[in-house]
Design a protein around this ligand. Structure first.
Ligand SMILES: Nc1ncnc2c1ncn2[C@@H]1O[C@H](COP(=O)(O)OP(=O)(O)OP(=O)(O)O)[C@@H](O)[C@H]1O
Length: 269
């Protein structure tokens, strides 16, 4: 059974009547990573937030969204809240927006974990500090006592990954987790996400506009344009035989960039 099976997802803005996602159907195989690529505004984030049922109130959705065989669209809000975090976990583009700016990181983490598990404070601290160390965050106790604005974007991404390690969700949705980071932090965060998948065997959806990043982590990919899926398949087949003109453009620009990068590297040698 696929972990996610979306059929005829339609998302629209009730204020303007604008249809944001027209009619999307796709699935995520258990234990696999499915990437969503496409230009800004193509509907990648709205699709993922539809699965989490986290789009803003004026945004409505219809269709079937089976998660482990259960239609998320039919769940009540309290049932959905129980799914989020423990079963479905989202890692956001901007770590700053994921944490409450008015309290130190440790408070937010403790509240999230207490909500889902019956652990006491000491157990929570032990688990989160082990997880933080495993994603190479040194001095975890000090970090837990800092406010989000005192930490770098890369550190906040790692804290979200550490939290996912403790929550052990069945599906992680990473929405452009590396976009706001410099190249070295981007590389490190992708490495941590790859290890996270290996350790937990969880399924993943990975959103990015960067095919180069996606290629490192995804098994399958779907390409979105103007609220529709224009192509999907295995990472290998989409990269080697892109069918849609927009995918061909994405693949050719990725090759151009990597050739340019290689040329620069050779000049340096
Ligand atoms: N809260 C909202 N209210 C109204 N329209 C929205 C809302 N959120 C997103 N949209 C619209 O939905 C469309 C898709 O947005 P979405 O954020 O999913 O794009 P994206 O592909 O993830 O882009 P990016 O790479 O820039 O994040 C855009 O046209 C956007 O204006």
């Amino acid at each position: 059974m696929n972990i996610v099976e979306v059929e005829h997802l339609k998302v629209w803005d009730t204020n303007t009547g604008k249809v944001i996602i027209h009619d999307s159907s796709f699935e995520v195989k258990p234990g696999s990573c499915m990437a969503i690529v496409g230009e800004s505004g193509s509907g990648k984030s709205v699709t993922c937030r539809a699965i989490m049922r986290l789009n803003k109130p004026g945004i409505r959705q219809s269709g079937t969204m089976l998660f482990q065989g259960e239609d998320l669209n039919q769940l009540s809000e309290p049932e959905m809240r129980r799914k989020r975090g423990k079963h479905l976990c989202m890692i956001l583009q901007n770590g700053m927006s994921a944490f409450d700016p008015s309290c130190v990181i440790g408070v937010h983490i403790r509240e999230t974990l207490q909500q889902h598990f019956g652990w006491n404070t000491r157990e929570i601290e032990r688990k989160i500090m082990n997880a933080m160390e495993s994603v190479m965050l040194r001095h975890p106790r000090e970090i837990l006592n800092q406010y989000p604005h005192q930490l770098s974007g890369g550190m906040l991404q790692r804290i979200m990954i550490a939290l996912a390690l403790v929550l052990e969700p069945d599906l992680i949705i990473a929405d452009e987790p590396t976009t706001a980071l410099d190249t070295i932090s981007q590389y490190e965060v992708v490495e941590q996400l790859i290890q996270l998948r290996e350790r937990m065997g969880c399924s993943m959806m990975f959103i990015s506009h960067d095919l180069g990043v996606v290629q490192k982590i995804a098994d399958d990919v779907m390409v979105m344009k103007d609220g529709s899926i224009v192509e999907r398949g295995s990472m290998h087949s989409v990269l080697t035989e892109p069918k849609h003109a927009y995918t061909q453009y994405l693949v050719s620009t990725r090759l151009e960039l990597s050739n340019h990068f290689k040329a620069l590297m050779q000049e340096d040698l």
